[in-house]
Every structure is written in structure tokens, then in C-alpha cells.
Design a protein around this ligand. Structure first.
Ligand code: AKG
Ligand code: MN
Length: 205
């Protein structure tokens, strides 16, 4: 587990080849992070989406919701989504994340991991509408979950794990999606919920 980070609110580089990953452990702090978790649990139009895996329809092992600018359209796990309209809470967070990362975003995908049984399997965020080198900013609220990276080609490179604590901000950009995959495994010891928000810039087609 990478344990290089102080609890600063500013982004620090994560040393990884073929990637541009930055991390701020203390981007939001209690009571702000706690209030955001409660508000988003309540306000978000959570859904459990059906996805196709190996030709079979399954329920995603987490809840999700997508908000963004009107008119944008996004495909994820082979499905097309139309965004819900920004809420004041999400717009405020977007502005804070834009200032911290120096990037602009027009949508946010929220994930709710209800407990340690929920997960996201190995993938890259490589949908064409994100472009070849997307900036993706990821805020975590609630339970700590372990975010794992593995290199797509160079199997000799050690995987990287980062504990995504309550209030942390992870920025992935440049060649990160092209060269690395990421995942959140089930963790039996985790009982409480975690919300993740990934701010993204979708190219309008
Ligand atoms: O929950 C996370 O930290 C990651 C979520 C993710 O990778 C995704 O939604 O694409
Ligand atoms: Mn992802």
C-alpha cells in the first residue's frame, strides 16, 4: 500500500511510470466530508444498472447515477446514459475540484458502494467520448476502500494500491487510462457505505 501521503488538501504526485496520478488525502475533512456523504446518500437518484458481461445480463455490484450538462451522452459498460441535471451540491463540488485540479468537467458519475460486498472490476476509463488522454478527478466519501492500479502491458511492474479515505481526491490524467487499469475489490471487513464521484469531461459528438 502506498503510504507516502500526508493529509494535505493539495495534490501530490504518485510515482508511477506511464501515468500522471496525483492524490490529496485531505481534500475534504469532517464535518464537511460527513455532511457531503449524508447529503449525497439522500439527494442522489441511485440506480442499480444492468450490464452485459460475457453476453450475460447482470446487476452491477454497486449503485450509480450520472449528472452533467444537458445534451451530453455517455456509454459505460456497453450502455448509453443521459445525465440528470446538476444539483447545487454537485455544482459546488465540481467548482472545488476544478480549482484543485486545474481541469474542467461537464459530468460526474457517482458510485455508491453499499458495503464491502460492492466493488468495481478491473477496467480503464477508455470510452471514446472521453478522448485519448482524459482527466478524471475522483472524490471519495465515507468508508476507506483500496484503489488498485495494474499496468496493462508490463506485468513486471508492481501493482499500486492507494487507500481512498473519506475526503480524498485522486486525479488521473495523461496516459494513465491508456497504460493502466484500476479496480476496487470486495472487502469483507467493510460494513459502511462509500460514495465515489468521478468528474469527467465528455466530448459532445
Ligand atoms: O470508486 C472508485 O474509486 C472508482 C470508480 C471507477 O473506477 C469508475 O466508476 O469508473
Ligand atoms: Mn474507472
Amino acid at each position: 500500500m502506498t503510504d507516502l501521503f500526508d493529509d494535505a488538501a493539495t495534490l501530490q504526485a504518485v510515482p508511477m511510470p506511464d501515468a500522471d496520478v496525483r492524490f490529496a488525502r485531505g481534500f475534504y475533512r469532517p464535518p464537511t466530508s460527513t455532511a457531503l456523504l449524508r447529503t449525497l446518500l439522500d439527494e442522489t437518484a441511485w440506480r442499480q444498472e444492468r450490464i452485459i458481461v460475457w453476453n450475460q445480463e447482470r446487476l452491477q455490484p454497486r449503485l450509480s447515477a450520472w449528472y452533467g450538462d444537458a445534451g451530453s451522452r455517455y456509454t459505460y459498460s456497453g450502455r448509453a446514459f443521459h445525465p440528470l441535471a446538476w444539483t447545487p451540491t454537485l455544482l459546488r463540488m465540481k467548482a472545488e475540484v476544478e480549482t484543485a485540479t486545474g481541469e474542467r468537467y461537464n459530468s460526474v458519475l457517482l458510485n455508491l458502494y453499499r458495503d464491502g460486498e460492492d466493488s468495481v472490476s478491473w477496467h480503464s476509463d477508455g470510452e471514446p467520448e472521453l478522448g485519448p488522454a482524459p482527466a478524471i478527478a475522483s472524490v471519495s466519501l465515507g468508508e476507506t476502500r483500496v484503489f488498485r492500479f495494474r499496468h496493462r502491458q508490463d506485468k513486471a511492474l508492481r501493482p499500486v494500491s492507494i487507500a481512498l479515505e473519506d475526503g480524498s481526491l485522486l486525479l488521473m490524467r495523461g496516459s494513465t487510462q491508456r497504460c493502466w487499469q484500476h479496480a476496487i475489490m470486495k472487502e469483507k471487513r467493510v460494513c459502511g457505505p462509500r460514495i465515489n464521484l468521478t468528474f469527467r469531461q465528455i466530448r459532445q459528438g
